[in-house]
Ligand binder design. Structure first.
Ligand code: C2O
Ligand code: CU
Length: 478
């Protein structure tokens, strides 16, 4: 009997201990996100206003006239619970058309925010109501789909958190981290979206100032040894975040579509544009010696490591309380391993042909987006997309509306299983995605989430189910 009792006690004690907050008071004040105000009395409905407009924001001690949602950079955190209905009354007060795309959310096609394809663009002074159910717990985000590289780069993005109150992660100290960057000059004037011309498009323009929740090098406070849960989204239009906590480990519990099958540990964490990661960190250190969260150099193509410096994203300061001894957090998610048997193979070749007339364009299967015809999938069809990157640049590949599993070269799903909507395709390599087009007919986009690359042609659509009678043209801007 004794061993069994001891085992039960050992399991219970760390759980109870971990359910409390350890972080010092005001620990995340410098990383506070504005939150959208829910105006609906029903607990199952979140109803908010969202306005795209220019606003003065403070970045690194400068006043910058940014493009914002509701006047803040990033836009407000939208907090929902899994299964909620989300109603967003959106108004465009910008001088150019825009839309809102709900990245990663399995919305119906008419809520997907792609102009001409899923809705008319929302012009200056106009409004549009987004209304859909959030079916999957996880961190998602929203951004425009018109002139995306420009509009996202100027500040239009925000996080959508879909919480599962029963997810069983007993970590009280939680943070949503929106990572991004922005470029502006000494007077605080935004860097033009076309800086560097065609070469700038090929490089993927990065803003000089790295931001965490809109702030440069904010400070976070922690008690040594106490777990914190960070849900991270990379909302930068081109920059990869390769995160390092001075070698201290990250426990990854989830990614784009919520928890992964099992937790994994890593010393360095790659978050490419559009991706999300759910991690437990247990920073260890002493008062007076801050621990930096750094963005290390990551080679995503020429110019991304040459003459570039490691950036400090945030600093963690420790309280002087004694170190906490908390049990490691592990999560699991029962997921059936998907099979490629019966899946239709689809080739997707990404390329950057040599410059013509001093211009570069990216192509998918030999054509840029403006010459592309939609791919096709029958409703209920399973497809294996073989995405081959022939170019010398990495491409974080994003599919709207559906999750996929990454499949290895032997046809087996990569473990731990995880639901992805964005995955990096390294230069000169091939990855395989298993997609179940099981529901929601419509024309869905896929593109590189280096938004300069998407604008440069690296984009396409897939028509799921029968095409609507009325066609459309793919005309810029997107
Ligand atoms: Cu974040 Cu077309 O996507
Ligand atoms: Cu790309």
């Amino acid at each position: 009997m004794l061993p069994r009792l001891t085992l039960v006690a050992a399991l219970l004690v760390p759980c109870l201990a971990a359910a409390q907050s350890f972080a010092p008071a005001g620990w995340a004040d410098e990383l506070k996100l504005n939150e959208a105000v829910d105006q609906h009395p029903d607990p199952g409905i979140v109803e908010i206003d969202l306005v795209a407009k220019l606003a003065d924001v403070q970045v690194d001690g400068k006043t910058v006239r940014a493009w914002t949602y509701n006047g803040s950079l990033p836009g407000p955190l939208v907090r929902t619970r899994v299964g909620d209905r989300l109603i967003v009354h959106f108004t465009n007060q910008l001088d150019q058309p825009t839309t809102v795309h709900w990245h990663g959310v399995r919305v119906p096609i008419d809520m997907d925010g792609v102009p001409d394809i899923s809705q008319p663009e929302v012009r200056k002074g106009e409004s549009f109501t987004y209304d859909f159910v959030v079916h999957d717990a996880g961190l998602y985000w929203y951004h425009p789909h018109v002139m995306s590289a420009a509009q996202v780069g100027f500040g239009l993005y925000g996080a959508l958190l879909v919480e599962d109150p029963a997810d069983g992660v007993s970590v009280d100290d939680q943070l949503t981290l929106v990572l991004s960057d922005i470029g502006f000059d000494a007077r605080g004037v935004l860097e033009p979206a076309d800086s560097g011309g065609s070469a700038g498009m090929v490089f993927g323009r990065e803003g000089e100032f790295v931001l965490a929740n809109g702030r440069r090098r904010p400070t976070l406070r922690a008690r040594s040894g106490a777990p914190q849960r960070w849900r991270i989204v990379n909302a930068a239009k081109s920059r990869f975040f390769y995160l390092d906590l001075d070698g201290q480990p990250f426990t990854v519990i989830g990614t784009d579509g919520g928890f992964q099958e099992t937790a994994t540990r890593t010393d360095i964490l790659l978050v490419t544009p559009g991706e999300r990661i759910d991690v437990i960190v247990t920073p260890r250190g002493t008062a007076g010696t801050p621990l930096p969260l750094r963005a290390m150099l990551y080679n995503r193509g020429y110019g991304s490591v040459e003459y570039r410096a490691v950036e400090e994203v945030a600093l963690i300061e420790f309280s002087s309380e004694p170190e906490v001894k908390a049990a490691p957090i592990a999560t699991t998610r029962a997921m059936a391993a998907p099979s490629v048997v019966g899946a239709t193979p689809v080739d997707v070749v990404l390329a950057l042909p040599a410059m013509k007339n001093n211009k570069s364009e990216f192509q998918v299967n030999g054509v840029p987006f403006w010459k592309a015809k939609p791919y096709a999938a029958k409703l209920g069809e399973k497809q294996l997309w073989i995405v081959k990157n022939d170019s010398d640049w990495d491409h974080p590949f994003h599919l709207h509306g559906f999750f996929f599993h990454v499949i290895d070269e032997r046809g087996q799903p990569v473990r731990p299983l995880a639901l992805k909507d964005t995955v990096n395709v390294p230069m000169k390599s091939t990855i395989r995605l298993l997609i179940d087009f099981d529901e929601r007919p419509g024309e869905w986009m896929f593109h590189c989430h280096i938004l300069d690359h998407a604008d440069g042609g690296l984009m396409g659509t897939v028509q799921v189910g029968d095409a609507p009678a009325k066609g459309h043209t793919h005309k810029p801007p997107y």
